[in-house]
Write a protein that binds this ligand. Structure first.
Ligand code: KG4
Ligand code: ZN
Length: 341
């Protein structure tokens, strides 16, 4: 079975072709990044993102098919992300996918962006159900219990900033540009994680997250030092900020696994590309009885392969979309729950 995946939920135009038989094989995975366009604004400008998607969607899908060595006539399913995300961006991918599905008579599946992240490790490792998914990206920080494909329950989420958003905002206030995650990750390698004591927002009473106070603590620290010292302090600042984020993520995963009686966790989203996160969770996976799945770095950030994989599970359950499929800026993950599983 050949599946064409499409994701235009945020600022990357992506298309992918996977083949599914006994296992899942990635035949192509194309991502056209808009980082250069949004860099000078220190964040994503939604209108510019939609316009760029319109320019890139055709060439990106074409390239994905070409690299996979196939054509639309061989595609058995088109899987497209219909939300959550930026509505103008989503509209481009959804309309394009519906157009192809209609003209070529190909079945269509609209999937939730978070489902994509949940399934992002599947092409690379055998992941057994049930498991806990930690999604840490620029738009989301969520803990989701996954009992089966299309059986989800969100058990925790951020009350304010997402983890990646905290990285981006801290990088912006330190003058490090956008996106902030990769540059903070790199600077932190030369810094001391215990150099500056930033708060750990554990919220121990539940599984929610909150990162906006941490961002304010970094801002207050920057204001308290002479500006000419900032450059020298950057590695320590980045390492200390990162240690605070990672302490919280690690603790919450441990608590959630215990609370839900689970022993497997899948971690995905842009922040899962972080070196310190990968190091810490590798250590956690050495604990007897705990399995940690993290996709290769480039499949942690947004990609259409994960959307194609999620579409496969929809198809297998008999849950297909019609041409009334519309993008939505917000879709609770529980809306995807489906009786067949
Ligand atoms: O999953 P993603 O590509 O898009 C969303 O769905 O949001 O995640 C993008 C986010 C950005 O906030 C970016 O700063 C962060 O992931 N990110 C990282 C790293 N690489 C990307 N954060 C920390 N360390 C990284 N190495
Ligand atoms: Zn994402």
């Amino acid at each position: 079975m050949l599946i064409l995946g499409i994701d235009t939920s945020c600022d990357d135009t992506s298309a992918s072709v996977i083949s599914v038989d006994e296992g899942i094989t990635v035949l192509s995975d194309i991502v056209s990044s808009q980082a250069e366009i949004h860099k000078k604004y220190g964040g994503i400008v939604p209108e510019l993102a939609s316009r760029r998607h319109i320019e890139m969607i055709g060439p990106v899908v074409h390239e994905a098919l070409e690299i996979a060595g196939t054509g639309l006539e061989d595609i058995d399913l088109i899987s497209v992300c219909h939300g959550p995300g930026l509505i103008g961006s989503l509209l481009v991918g959804c309309s394009f996918a519906k157009g192809l599905a209609f003209v070529k008579g190909i079945p269509l599946s609209g999937v939730n962006h978070l489902e994509g992240h949940i399934f992002s490790a599947m092409p690379f490792e055998a992941v057994e159900f049930p498991f806990l998914a930690l999604i840490v990206s620029g738009g989301h920080t969520s803990l989701i219990r996954v009992d089966a494909p299309l059986k989800y329950r969100e058990i925790g989420r951020t009350r304010d900033d997402a983890a990646g958003e905290a990285y981006d905002k801290v990088a912006k206030l330190l003058g490090l540009g956008y996106p902030g995650g990769p540059v903070i990750d790199k600077l932190a390698l030369d810094g001391r994680p215990d150099a500056i004591s930033f708060p750990r927002p554990y919220l121990p009473e539940d599984m929610d997250f909150s990162f906006s106070g941490l961002k304010t603590a970094v801002l207050n620290f920057v204001r308290s030092i002479p500006p000419e010292r900032l450059n020298d302090l950057l590695p320590d600042l980045c390492a200390s900020f990162q240690a605070s984020v990672m302490d919280v993520l690690e603790k919450k995963v441990e608590w959630a696994l215990k609370k839900e009686g689970l022993n497997r966790v899948v971690i995905s989203g842009g922040v899962a590309a972080n070196s310190e996160l990968r190091r810490r969770f590798r250590t956690l996976s050495e604990r007897p009885g705990i399995t940690v799945h993290i996709p290769p770095r480039r499949y942690c950030t947004d990609n259409a392969t994960m959307i194609a994989v999620a579409g496969y599970y929809h198809y297998r359950a008999g849950k297909l979309s019609d041409l009334y499929l519309n993008p939505k800026a917000y879709i609770p993950i529980e809306e995807e729950n489906y009786e067949s599983y």
